[in-house]
Write a protein that binds this ligand. Sequence first.
Ligand code: ATP
Length: 583
Amino acid sequence: MNSGRLLLDYLKSKWPHYGLAVVLIAAANIIQSYYPRLLGDFTDHLQRGELTPPLIASYSLKLLAVGVLFGLLAGIGQYVVMRAGRYFEFVTRRKLFEHFTRLSESFYSKHGVGKMLSYVMNDVTAIRESISMGINQMTNAIILLVAAVIMMAASSIPVYLIAVCVAPLLVIPFLVVRFGPVIRKRSLTVQESLSKMTESAEEQFGGIRVTKKFAVEPIMVRRFGETVDRIRDNQLSLVRVSSLFQALIPFLGALSLVVTLAFGGYLTIAGHITLGNFVALTLYIRMMVNPLQQIGNVINTMQRSRASLERLNDLLSRRPDIRELEEARSVDLDRSAIRISGLTFTYPEAEKPSLRDIHLTVEPGQTIGIIGKTGSGKTTLAKLLLRVYDPPEKTIRIGGVDIRELTLESLRGQIAYVPQEGFLFSTTIRDNIAFYRRDSGLDQVERAAKQAQIYSNILDFPDKFETKLGERGVTLSGGQRQRTSLARGMIKNSPILLLDDSVSAVDAVTEKAIIETIRKERAGRTTILIAHRISALKHADIIVVMDEGRIIQRGTHAQLAAQPGIYAMLHAIQEEGNQYAEG
Ligand SMILES: Nc1ncnc2c1ncn2[C@@H]1O[C@H](COP(=O)(O)OP(=O)(O)OP(=O)(O)O)[C@@H](O)[C@H]1O
């Protein structure tokens, strides 16, 4: 999609609605303009003493008809505009959300949740308001201006007089050109500071428990206060320039009137125009000021919403980093070996590589353990296997195919990845476990829960599997959350299971039971275990030890334990801990 056309595409799809609204509002205003004429005729009759009760009734009915028709047409016109505006919000928010789901992790690691919310809330609303208000006020204003111009042209007022009186009003387009970009730029700054505030609020609320435990509320209040102060400063700077712009328009209106009074008055005294012409001209000029001010308002709002439109267009034109090739294919990963060769990887904005020259083969059905100090590159390897980031070409092959040539669905759909901290949604435990396949039967959900050793905990909850979790699963302990997330991975029953430190928050006895189950359930299927504790992976067919992005040791537990190196050292420390615990 050419996202620069967000608004154009929308208006194209909705033009019949807006066309109808414009016709209705215009008709309402034309009908409304009969009021003065009706009243004028009525006054003439009154002055001439021709009023009779039927004539009074007839005028009253005509006035009533004008009132009713105006109310009806303007009301329906406004309804159509407002409705179409809401439709814009709805369609755009959906489009944004769909776009968000396509963007890759590197985008989210740079932009906070608050910023996304600000796009979806503030920017969309700003554009919707300006479309709705723009159509309403622009139509009103243009009809009134046209009416004034037609009336002046049809009268016998000399053209040179009209031209001189209208001249100050012609400065308005220049003001628009001069102030427009400034207003737009400042609006963009305001929108950005608003989005920073949402971002900061999101983070502060997310971290409120930590803040409270450390009793650092004043720091939090100060930080938030700074963000709010910035918004105030930016908003004031916008208000200053847009107020000046809006004040200049009535000023020019008043100037026009002064010119009309002075020049028109002089010509009247000199006998060049009639008194009637002078009065009419003054009224016409006065009649033009309000619509011009409305147009100014609309332009002002449009400039502000243009800033929002630019932000949205900018966002929508971002292409996701991870894209499928046109000829991407699906491969059955069930009996496929994973071959990693010469893999060196640096994160997009990092200075040094997180993985260096990795060579590793995982035969189908093997269990492989990956251990290493924190920051040694274990999770990075997992992310590359899932193509959360793209590995360099031909460095990771599954079933002989470069993973960059696989469809994302085929790759991610066949790997069950369980991170250390799986996110739990504010829904039932059952839905959280059956996340991948919502139609899973309760028996499958229960089976997965048993495999993850969380079953008996769930039975203790009031509504068992139907227990709702609070935001981010706050009602569960860390270990329970981790096991629920593990159950979510187990139910997927995928050709490849990838556990990334997924049992770190459970006690040693539970860990042992989980590992036993995994060994039994995953017999003959590829399993990758990333862990810090040797006990979680010592049964693996092959264990690799990572350090500073490299594989520095590989072998079975027995081989590595007997070799001097990091593994033996870790083993000694962890064994010592165990003996201490047992003793
Ligand atoms: N999105 C990112 N952008 C830049 N650098 C990153 C990013 N994610 C991780 N890194 C860096 O890459 C290196 C490896 O990180 P990784 O998360 O793979 O380590 P790990 O072995 O899984 O650590 P842990 O055991 O603590 O989970 C670290 O130096 C880390 O700072």
